[in-house]
Design a protein around this ligand. Sequence first.
Ligand SMILES: Cc1cc2nc3c(=O)[nH]c(=O)nc-3n(C[C@H](O)[C@H](O)[C@H](O)COP(=O)(O)OP(=O)(O)OC[C@H]3O[C@@H](n4cnc5c(N)ncnc54)[C@H](O)[C@@H]3O)c2cc1C
Length: 341
Amino acid sequence: MVTIIGGGIAGTLLAGALARDKRPVTVYESQPAGGAGHFLALDDRAHTALTRLGVGIDRLHEASHSLTELRAADRAGVIRSDSRTERRLYLRADLMRALTEFAADTTADLHYDTPITELNSEGTLFSNGDPVPADDVIIAADGIDSLARRRLEPERIAEYSGQIIIYGITNRPIQPNTDPSVLHFHRQLDDDGRPVSTFGHFWNNAISVWFTRLTRGPLAVQDIGSQPLDGWTKTILAGTPAIAELVETMLAATETVHVSNARTVPLADARPPQTPVTLCGDADHAITPAAGVGARDAIEDAAALAEAIISGGSPAAAMAERRRQILDERAEAAQMFRSAT
Ligand SMILES: Cc1cc2nc3c(=O)[nH]c(=O)nc-3n(C[C@H](O)[C@H](O)[C@H](O)COP(=O)(O)OP(=O)(O)OC[C@H]3O[C@@H](n4cnc5c(N)ncnc54)[C@H](O)[C@@H]3O)c2cc1C
């Protein structure tokens, strides 16, 4: 009854939630099972949606690390701190493992290594030239470079947000001289007070991870993805002179980094959600990783779609409502940012 394009965070969760309710569901995912590269923080809203759909809280805790505070500092000291919201930090691979187990435990029909390479607005799908059986409800959860969005709304193209992002996971836990279980952000400003770079890190007894965002032009497609750290060491250190010792310690224990352009899919002038192919998650409204809410939004989309489909409602209406919420929340966040600066 439901076909899902993309078995990332939203697609896998939606598949498990629908199949748990005895709905026939098929997922086509272009990659092998799993997924790696970076880490992400999920807040209590994301966890509420995940558990409401049936993902076990114990399994989620096992896959993640307690994150007690987000703390931002610059040369002058701490400038912002948030310990009100409960968050947990996940390596993406660990989150995907937990979600894949959740879906694989059901009757969901999961096809990996099966890219959807063409589709049309009537909902006919093809994989490498061959037609693929599809149902009357098709959810496109195929991420920021969504083929479905390119076909349905070719004018809605992901836009570069002005920063590249580099994520590193150390090969052994590093315990620097900072507070554990806190996601620390250090911001470097130029002489005019504009952000040049942000360096973030998190550590506990089990893992240490870091990222940096550098303000510059976008990278070419061939320069994106997993790669050796070596080519980036100088650039990262040049952007973080105030915390050079900390950064050097983290980099010394890192071999591979995940590099990407921070991008956002514009939502304000989007065409209303449609059937039979309905966009979901990053495919519909990706936001720069700097906002730290993309996965939470994708999880809440999956919850809204599951609840609509199970109750006989319209997936397009559910996504129209989700877009309203997301646009309201982004406007509120922008307003708070303006008043804080
Ligand atoms: C570096 C980085 C850090 C981030 N940090 C955070 C954070 O701290 N907090 C947060 O909330 N969010 C964060 N995000 C955002 C978050 O990862 C995304 O918003 C989230 O993954 C979106 O989920 P999704 O299911 O929509 O897309 P994805 O998880 O990207 O899944 C899309 C899936 O579709 C598959 N696919 C693509 N095309 C096809 C095709 N044609 N056929 C079949 N399959 C296809 C892909 O292989 C992929 O598995 C971060 C993102 C990045 C890049």
